[in-house]
Design a protein around this ligand. Structure first.
Ligand SMILES: *[C@@H]1O[C@H](CO)[C@@H](O)[C@H](O)[C@H]1NC(C)=O
Ligand SMILES: *[C@@H]1O[C@H](CO)[C@@H](O)[C@H](O)[C@H]1NC(C)=O
Ligand SMILES: [Zn+2]
Length: 502
């Protein structure tokens, strides 16, 4: 993977030699060699392509050139505006068809598209709605009129309300607006990171009443896996707080119930779809909690991982980094596993920030010091040479979520995403979607498009795609034998994909 010192010396000496020999301009053969050596460092740069793959690669290259020369280059504009363009792109259609491996960074509350939530879930009986003073909504399934509570003093049965309103199409669209960030005018509606994050948190809370209804959660998980499989994804690691679920009569289920439900749904789904590999949970708690609350959560996660080793992959802290507490703030909680002599793999969000040099910006190094298995986002990693080196040396992959970073306003033109540096160096990396329903995406194809066409540029090729897909299995939390199974399953799909498109 790394050029030997001998090779490097030979290259250097021969470079001097050629430069001296040729008058005026550098030797073309030498130039060509250097170009190829540099390209070989990028993600997928050392992947050997078969003849058929080379044909498809050539085709992709031509398509990319066309897209780059079009009047409007999708990765350069906000995804909400680019989405219809991307849907028409032949590259995107290929990416949809491509077996992409695993989705390793998705949050439960935004796993399933809002269309289904509104058109299916809110049409179920006993669904109440209430409009809050801050222009948000709450949902609650209940077998009787719910009591008023601090944020909601007037609950209406949705069925009754819809009958009274008549224009259900318009009404349903307005409900969807509450559950997603998607809008025609992103720049006007979200002038700053603060504003977009505020809407983000609101949408989460609005969806919670629907998803945490116990019978809904079961269908929700199943539907989420369906949407992924439809986009040719075969495995999922889902970040989830395993929040409490409720029944119609108000009775409550605990985290163990949610885990068992997830396990059961995954099993059923695999029976129905033998080409799906499985799904696991990364238990996540909010960084707004106190140290003692996080201590309790870590202890609980240790126990849950012991009881459900096949389902629980590890632990993470979620919520906006910039306004939340740092990993270092929670050091007494996060060091508990090491002190207790047990392992609890970490999958920390870190470096999802543009506030360079702040305490938050130190999360990257701290995540690595706490032996994180992967880094969620790592947007700031390119600015931390030592953390970057450590991450590479320890094979700690970055979970790149381009659309999330753009919508949450860390970068506007995706060609300028700092991960372009990581990609050009072949840094360990996987592509994911973070919060698909909030961003109006489904599966991973949209994020693959942005990474492949926008961040990777013209030089990212089929080898890049192949490596990114394989990385998602390689850097998953699966035990070695399941990774092997996954790679075999993936290769079969990949061969069929190449065959179909050449
Ligand atoms: C709602 O989703 C369930 C599966 O989760 C499905 O069986 C049912 O047919 C759907 N109903 C409607 C009205 O779409
Ligand atoms: C991280 O891993 C190293 C090496 O295995 C170990 O010595 C150290 O205690 C671990 N740190 C934490 C915080 O778990
Ligand atoms: Zn995330």
């Amino acid at each position: 993977m790394v050029m030997s010192i001998f090779q490097a010396v030979v290259t250097y000496v021969s470079l001097l030699w050629f430069v001296r020999l040729s008058e005026g301009f550098p030797d073309p053969a030498q130039r060509d060699l250097l170009m190829r050596q540099e390209a070989s460092r990028q993600t997928g740069g050392r992947v050997a392509l078969t003849e058929a793959e080379q044909m498809l690669d050539l085709h992709l290259h031509q398509l990319k050139e066309q897209e780059m020369s079009a009047a409007l280059f999708p990765p350069a504009v906000h995804f909400f505006k680019a989405k219809p363009l991307i849907q028409k792109s032949p590259i995107f259609k290929l990416l949809q068809d491509m077996p992409k491996g695993a989705a390793l960074h998705i949050h439960t509350s935004s796993l399933v598209g809002v269309e289904w939530l509104v058109k299916n879930i809110t049409y179920r009986p006993h669904c109440y709605i209430c409009f809050t003073w801050d222009n948000s909504v709450r949902f609650l399934f209940s077998d009787r009129q719910p009591f008023p509570r601090w944020d909601c003093f007037y609950w209406q049965l949705l069925e009754t309300l819809r009958a009274r309103i008549g224009n259900t199409e318009g009404f349903d669209n307005s409900l969807m607006q509450h559950l997603t960030l998607f809008t025609e005018d992103p720049d006007g509606e979200y002038p700053s990171q603060e504003v977009v994050w505020e809407k983000f948190e609101k949408a989460f809370i609005a969806a919670a009443g629907l998803i945490s209804h116990a019978p809904v959660l079961t269908d929700y998980f199943y539907r989420g896996l369906e949407e992924l499989l439809q986009d040719n994804i075969m495995y999922l690691e889902l970040r989830s707080g395993l929040s409490r679920t409720y029944e119609l009569d108000g009775s409550i289920h605990d985290k163990v119930w949610a885990l068992k439900t997830f396990q059961e749904v995954t099993r059923t789904f695999k029976e129905d779809h033998p080409d799906f590999l499985g799904a696991r949970i990364i238990i996540s708690v909010h960084r707004a909690l106190s140290v003692s609350e996080v201590k309790a959560a870590v202890k609980e996660a240790i126990q849950l991982q012991k009881d459900f080793p096949d389902v629980v992959a590890g632990f993470d802290m979620v919520g906006r980094e910039d306004s939340g507490r740092t990993l270092w703030y929670f050091r007494d909680a996060l060091s508990l596993p090491a002190e207790m002599g047990v392992t609890l793999p970490y999958f920390f969000h870190a470096g999802e920030t543009d506030e360079e040099g702040t305490d938050v910006d130190q999360n990257l190094m701290d995540a690595l010091l706490f032996n994180t298995t992967r880094i969620g986002h790592g947007f700031a990693l390119a600015h931390h040479p030592l953390a970057k080196e450590l991450s590479r040396k320890r094979n700690v992959a970055v979970e790149l979520c381009p659309i999330s970073n753009q919508v949450l306003k860390l970068v506007s033109d995706l060609r300028n995403h700092p991960a372009a540096v990581l990609m050009s160096e072949g840094h360990p990396m996987v592509i994911s979607s973070d919060d698909p329903s909030l961003f109006g995406t489904t599966g991973l194809s949209y994020d693959f498009y942005e990474a492949f066409v926008g961040i990777g540029g013209l030089k990212a090729n089929l080898g890049t795609l192949k490596e990114l897909a394989l990385n998602s299995i390689r850097y998953s939390s699966l035990p070695a034998h399941l990774k092997d199974t996954g790679v075999v399953m993936w290769q079969r799909k990949w061969d069929a994909f190449i065959f179909k498109h050449t």
